[in-house]
Design a protein around this ligand. Sequence first.
Ligand code: NAD
Length: 272
Amino acid sequence: MSQKIKIGVVGCAGRMGQILIGSILDQDKAQLSGGTERQDSPHMGQAIRHPVTGIETGLMVTDDAEALFKNSDAVLDFTCPTATVRHSSFAATHGTAHIIGTTGMTADEEAALEKAAKSVAVVYASNFSLGVNLLFYLTRQAARLLDEDFDIEILEMHHRHKVDAPSGTALGLGKEAAKGRQVDLDHVSDRGRDGVTGERQRGHIGFAVLRGGNVAGEHTVSFNGDDERIELTHKAGDRAIFARGAVKAALWAAVQGAGLYDMCDVLGLPRV
Ligand code: NAD
């Protein structure tokens, strides 16, 4: 039997972290290499268990991210931007594939990931589900085919604990729509409308955000013409879809050369 791929999880006690632990333990080709948390986490030193069955793994939560990167083939990172940037230097130093789901990165923080990707495989995706990556593709195609007579609006809803807005996925959908129209999203994006905003500008891409309950993630891209509207919607029923995609990305990235990849690369989806 071929050797299992050793996968670690930074931020292993987080909402996504716990589900990622379960997905690794459920995957035959993978072996959990450990989990870390921030230094002041109440989970520090606790046993890492399967989140559903409660079965113990024999591993403890530590704060030694560098050791985890050193002892893993791939590390899954759904934490926060400052932590992810710090982790990316460990990935580069130890040649460990880095699978990044963290959202809300600034351009400077993304530049740090690009730097690390010169020496190691980095998969950075605002959304790891198959369905949303298909939605990225469909959004790009629809934006390419429908001209500016169709106003593009992107609506997203997430649980009450989410800290960044619009979601990384909503911004990703905006980027795909802009690509389809061959424009730069930064020049056409309308975010945070409030008060007397003036009329909507032709060709702009608008964002709207809802927060509440325990919604795992819902995104709609609407193309609004005169007297007709096309809506493309994805609804995540459970965060497990992101975790399964991230583990799939880790198995894939562990045998790739250096580079910055996304889920289109992992899933083999077309880019045009
Ligand atoms: P969360 O707050 O529940 O979990 C984050 C965890 O990271 C926490 O346990 C926190 O203690 C830990 N952490 C913070 N700093 C750390 C450090 N230096 N070292 C180790 N651990 C550290 O949040 P969440 O809902 O799990 O989401 C985490 C991130 O993943 C967010 O940015 C979210 O938007 C993103 N996310 C992405 C996808 C995707 O498919 N790309 C899906 C869901 C969530």
